[in-house]
Design a binder for this molecule. Sequence first.
Ligand SMILES: [Zn+2]
Length: 276
Amino acid sequence: MLGAIDIGGTKLLAAVAGDDRRPGPAVRRPTPAERPVETLMEMLDEVRGGKALEGLAVAVPGPFDRSRGALVNPPNMPPCWRDLALAERLGERYGCPVLLENDANCAAVAEVTAGAARGSESCVYFTVSTGIGTGVVVHGRPLTGRNDTEGGHQVLWPAWLGGPPCHCGGHGCLESLASGLAIAHRFGVDAEHLDDPAAWEDVGRWLGLGVVNAIALHDPDVVVLGGGVCQRWERFWPSLSATVDSALFLQPRPPVRRATLGDDRNLWGALALAGG
Ligand SMILES: [Zn+2]
């Protein structure tokens, strides 16, 4: 039996899977500000029901230390999640291999395995949520580079042209223009409650440029966008799609789709990667 955990800024999910690697019903809890590993163990113990785990896959916010299997300094998380040797501590407790993977990479693999990119050889996935993350899948595997891709911090509006500051220290990153936090900051209202068509047109343009750059660099079979802001898909899609059409000349346009899996997407991806 394989176990999977998804560590997010606001919630934790845990589930187990059988041989088909589909996550069973997930247990969820708010992300705690203390006892992080103990909380994860309680959740795992609840879903495994006394059975042994043969492997454990954990979707984590980046940046993280892949070689040590440790969280480093995840943004928007309480201090107790910093410098946390998760693979070591969970491995000791359950006596099984523990795989950590970037949550956007897990989401990308999940959409290729069972979602909007099913059957594709290559995919670029954007999580458009509080922040913006990217996962690139080539031949079914996440492309990690030296550390990980950070497509949310591609610069679209540089400092020398007046681009707004980004929390990463840069200016004019996609995340500073079209993420959930950026929308709240720029338009004074959460994405969930934003109704101004001009504001959504602007968000769609920036996302569209991000998609164009992803296509220019990776020429993927499909581009998929998921995450909380995509609940307002119909608001920004016309502008996103028009931007892709207006900026892509040398490459045929691949399908650009909304993600289809639910919020246990990262568990799907983590399980697909575990032992594979
Ligand atoms: Zn940035």
